[in-house]
Design a protein around this ligand. Structure first.
Ligand SMILES: Cc1cc2nc3c(=O)[nH]c(=O)nc-3n(C[C@H](O)[C@H](O)[C@H](O)COP(=O)(O)OP(=O)(O)OC[C@H]3O[C@@H](n4cnc5c(N)ncnc54)[C@H](O)[C@@H]3O)c2cc1C
Length: 289
């Protein structure tokens, strides 16, 4: 199938992109890497009136360390994130997760901002930014707005970003000294969207989880914090009983959707298995640190 007819405007400046978004409302759609948008146009799953290409707009890319926060511009390509020494040193969860994002060709064009703006429930970056307590920065003609990742993901492809807002940057606190992180995913083939996956950030002392964040993706309509599983583990010395308690609690945390990647029951089972593996790996990494 071919894409329906649409207008195309290459924005020269950030201000121009914001003005176009404001004027066009739901009819306007940002074109970043095009790796999700173009397939949905070709399949006629979306029919925006005008594409606003922001590839030539300056100031929307790059990765910098600013104090204890890593700032990633929305137009930073997945490949730049994957190869960044700043990410490798300060956000190892994202470095590990990037290895699972699509294939080289898609990573060369796709952007981190596109992934977070789209909020595909099986995508890796939304889960990582939620696990790391990131802030998403959006802009409109009215100004800049910061949204905590916990308030940003609302539902299936639904976020707190308004149609007239451009996602401009992602601010992520660095992983603290002594924290360990683990990223696990099960997909039918490497690089495919996840059937189930988990982003874990933990502080471990003497085989006891002092602090923990477990964010699940690929099973719900949005990345989901496993609050019950976390409560079942924090403060306890890691053991087989503890692992079982976390798996049992997960049944209340998650209400997976059945989709092409698998049934709800299978996804819940996979998430339980991944939880045990992730926590085992966190204990091992903390011991090796
Ligand atoms: C074969 C294939 C496999 C893939 N596998 C994976 C995978 O395993 N994991 C994964 O996470 N992704 C995967 N993807 C998707 C890929 O990572 C996309 O690049 C990404 O989801 C969207 O980024 P993009 O820059 O291409 O955005 P685009 O496709 O350009 O845009 C996506 C959506 O976000 C909006 N948007 C983009 N940027 C902004 C912005 N700055 N502000 C406001 N709105 C914006 C657009 O209007 C559009 O609605 C895959 C894609 C393909 C084709």
């Amino acid at each position: 199938m071919k894409a329906p007819k649409f207008n195309y405007i290459k924005a020269e400046t950030r201000q121009q992109a914001l003005e176009l978004l404001d004027q066009l409302g739901e009819e306007g759609r940002i074109l970043a890497g095009g790796q999700s948008l173009m397939p949905t146009l070709n399949m006629r799953l979306s029919q925006p009136g005008t594409l606003i290409d922001i590839n030539k707009v300056s100031g929307l890319g790059g990765i910098t360390l600013e104090g204890n926060v890593v700032r990633i511009g929305a137009m930073t390509r997945h490949v730049e994130v994957a190869n960044s020494p700043i990410i490798a040193e300060h956000l190892p969860l994202i470095a590990e997760a990037m290895q699972h994002v699509a294939h080289h060709a898609v990573r060369n064009r796709g952007t981190i901002g596109g992934s977070i703006a789209l909020a595909d429930p099986a995508a890796e970056m939304p889960a990582c930014v939620l696990a790391l307590g990131a802030t998403l920065v959006v802009e409109s003609v009215k100004g800049r707005r910061e949204i905590a990742a916990e308030d940003y993901f609302k539902g299936l492809y639904e976020t707190a970003r308004e149609a007239n807002e451009l996602l401009v940057e992602i601010l992520i606190p660095v992983e603290k000294l002594g924290d360990v992180s683990v990223f696990l995913e099960l997909a039918q083939r490497h690089g495919d969207f996840a059937m189930a996956g988990l982003a874990c950030v933990a502080r471990v002392s003497n085989k006891t989880f002092e602090d923990l964040r477990l964010v699940y993706f690929g099973s719900e309509d949005k990345p989901t914090l496993g609050t019950g599983a976390i409560a079942a583990v924090v403060g306890r010395t890691w053991s087989a009983d503890c692992k079982e308690a976390a798996a049992n609690a997960l049944a209340n945390d998650l209400d997976p959707m059945t989709n092409l990647q698998g049934s709800a029951a299978m996804k819940l089972h996979l998430q339980k298995v991944l939880t045990g593996r992730a926590l085992d790996a966190a204990i091992e990494r903390a011991g090796a640190a």
